[in-house]
Ligand binder design. Structure first.
Ligand code: 3PG
Length: 401
């Protein structure tokens, strides 16, 4: 796909879709600005070339109406600090006032439009809304890897009306995952956890054909343990996924891949802080108890297998790590991944939170800005937002040597 590096941007108005869907704390302040920082290379590249930068994003799920707590003004403020230049936060993302503000922009100006999801047309991928956005600019840039799996107006609609290219962040994320999945240094491991098998089934089915080691933990392990013929107490089992889980286990047997499941688990009556915990083998999970983490023998198995790997990809925590009593498995697996001498990639909101909370972020080669988008890539599916970009540019846009 074409990128901003392939076009002449001098003096052009660029509508840049970014993913500023940042976490907010209870006072409404930004609690993690990683997604804002991740767009700086693209913005700086364009500023150096005197472009006019119109940023647009969603924040949360306001449901098609303006919600004050989901305005993007605090994001504009944070971006302005990071860039050390003014970033105007507009009060809307389409309409005559926005058009007037944008037509008054000079080279090197930066504005941030208001939350796209304040309009129903965004989520509905309404062509009229996409056209209204397209009217603001000469070129569309997708630098929002984290939303490129969504079929929404600002992701797939606007490219119908403007030349559409990739930004540097989108390009970097795509290159990295393509490289990992297609040319990994081996042994290559995937560590998949999280609450539900149904969320990760497509991922499991695809990665099992790519990796040498597939490790499964988290809530979804309960369904695997059940499929092995053991009782899981009061843990949630996705009965409708048992067939699929068996298929995956069968596939693992027919492929040169090692599938590792928990051998022991930490259980509790209540999944809350202060709960009384017990460590038990999966063959002896007590009635009424729920699995809350992987056990020490499992951590040992997983860590040892990971220590032999040269590449690892991780999505989904091993237990309810937000509660200290159930955090050990996730923390130790994070450490094992961080200790790999090779390429490591982590994706998904809660997995990244775990890596950061336990202090291993600096030792992971790639912390992705994507959640759902990473799952689509790991499932081997194309991202609609990327498909919508240009393979070739009209001659008048082409960068002159
Ligand atoms: C994310 O946080 O994964 C992206 O910003 C997409 O958000 P959404 O799941 O609300 O579409």
């Amino acid at each position: 796909k074409k990128s901003i590096q392939d076009i002449d941007v001098h003096g052009k108005r660029l509508l840049i879709r970014v993913d500023y869907n940042v976490p907010l704390d209870s006072s409404g302040a930004i609690s993690d600005d990683t997604r804002i920082r991740a767009t700086l290379p693209t913005i700086r590249y364009l500023l150096e070339r005197n472009a006019r930068i119109i940023l647009c994003s969603h924040l949360g799920r306001p449901g098609g109406k303006a919600v004050d707590s989901l305005r993007l003004a605090p994001v504009a403020e944070r971006l302005s600090e990071l860039l050390d230049k003014p970033v105007a936060a507009l009060r809307d993302c389409v309409g005559p006032e926005v058009e007037a503000a944008v037509s008054g922009m000079r080279n090197g100006d930066v504005v941030l439009l208001e939350n796209l999801r304040f309009h129903k047309g965004e989520k509905a991928n309404d062509p009229g809304f996409a056209r209204d956005l397209a009217r603001l600019a000469d070129v569309y840039v997708n630098d929002a890897f984290g939303v490129s799996h969504r079929v929404q107006a600002s992701v797939v609609g606007v490219p119908n009306y403007l030349p559409a290219v990739a930004g540097l962040l989108l390009q970097r994320e795509l290159d990295l995952f393509a490289d990992l999945l297609e040319h990994p240094e081996r042994p290559f491991a995937a560590v998949i956890g999280g609450a539900k098998v149904s969320d990760k089934l497509a991922v499991l089915e695809n990665v099992i054909t790519k990796v040498d080691l597939l490790i499964i933990g988290g809530g979804m392990a309960s369904t695997f343990i059940t499929s092995e013929g053991f009782r899981v107490g009061a843990s949630r089992v996705e009965a409708d996924q048992l067939d699929s889980v068996r298929q995956i286990e069968k596939k693992a047997e027919s492929l040169p891949v090692t599938l590792l499941l928990p051998r022991d688990v930490v259980v509790a009556d209540l999944l809350e802080a202060g709960a009384k915990t017990r460590t038990v083998p999966i063959t002896a999970i007590p009635e009424g108890c729920r699995i809350a983490d992987i056990g020490p023998e499992t951590v040992h198995d997983f860590s040892e297998a990971l220590s032999r790997c040269r590449t690892a990809i991780w999505n989904g925590p091993m237990g309810i790590f937000e509660i200290p009593e159930f955090a050990t498995g996730t923390r130790q697996v994070a450490e094992a991944i961080a200790s790999i001498r090779g390429t490591t990639a982590v994706g998904g909101g809660s997995t990244i939170e775990a890596v950061e909370r336990f202090g291993f972020a600096d030792r992971i080669s790639h912390i992705s800005t994507g959640g759902g988008a990473v799952l689509e890539l790991l499932a081997g599916k194309p991202l609609p937002g990327v498909e919508a970009l240009q393979d070739a540019m009209p001659e008048l846009m082409e960068k002159r040597a």
